[in-house]
Design a protein around this ligand. Structure first.
Ligand SMILES: C[S@@+](CC[C@H](N)C(=O)[O-])C[C@H]1O[C@@H](n2cnc3c(N)ncnc32)[C@H](O)[C@@H]1O
Length: 226
């Protein structure tokens, strides 16, 4: 899978992309992640990418020229155009189903905003899919792009090394239940014991217990957080 990230701050991605899972996935050729600086497509000695909004108002907007030129150049760098995704708080809220769908693409292109966002003609010209990572405002699209890359990358075959674990994660698999409680050593911690069933060696009983716990956890989340 190829992932292009278009940003004014490519250096923000350095340690993120070198991290264990992503670093290994890139080294193994499972994911090809490329960073492009939108500023490289700006004109003039100052390479200006933003300007004041017409009609007044606070802050600066990303001008359409450098952004559109950047996207078109990156898209043309490969025979397969990527699915263009614009990170924006007004976009569709990212969820695991969207992540699963993105993980099936051979190429995605993530467009990160900054300042007060994009001139509207960026949307009109490029018609991207708009993605939000939640109902709050970040300073830029970079952290949102990292969220998308992290969530998508772990679903690319071979990245996790144990594919079934992604199926068992919360929001995943056929039933999309929340994962129930999990335990590791020691068997007892400050008087709190690991449930006997997990030590029983009876795989059928363990699977049934885990399913019941997942149903409970899902119910609890729905009733307490919605
Ligand atoms: C400060 S925000 C602009 C907010 C914009 N003025 C508004 O009110 O919708 C700058 C950039 O951060 C990114 N961003 C901020 N919050 C986001 C979110 N919840 N999800 C995705 N991207 C976000 C977008 O790329 C956005 O263009």
């Amino acid at each position: 899978m190829r992932i292009d990230i278009l940003t004014l701050f490519p250096e923000m991605f350095t340690s993120f992309l070198a991290g264990s899972l992503l670093g290994a996935a890139r080294d193994n050729g499972l994911i090809d992640i490329r960073l492009t600086n939108i500023r490289d497509f700006a004109d003039g000695v100052h390479r200006q990418v933003d300007d004041r909004p017409f009609g007044g108002g606070p802050g600066m907007l990303l001008m359409p020229g450098p952004v559109v030129d950047c996207v078109e150049s990156v898209q043309q760098s490969d025979p397969v155009a990527g699915q263009l995704l614009m990170l924006t708080p007004s976009g569709r809220r990212l969820d695991q189903q969207m992540v699963e769908s993105l993980a099936t693409k051979s190429r995605i292109v993530l467009l990160c905003g900054r300042y007060e966002g994009f001139d509207e003609r960026v949307r009109e010209t490029l018609q991207p899919i708009e993605i939000s990572i939640g109902d709050y405002i970040l300073s830029g699209g970079e952290v949102a792009a990292m969220v998308v890359v992290d969530a998508v990358a772990r679903l690319v075959p071979g990245v996790l090394g144990h594919e079934e674990s992604a199926q068992q994660d919360s929001f995943s698999g056929i039933d999309r239940l929340i994962e129930g409680p999990q335990y590791t050593r020691p068997r007892e911690f400050r008087g709190l014991c690991v449930p006997d069933v997990l030590l029983s060696g009876d795989h059928g009983k363990i699977a049934q217990w885990r399913h019941e716990q997942a149903v409970r956890a899902t119910h609890r989340r729905v009733t307490t957080h919605s």
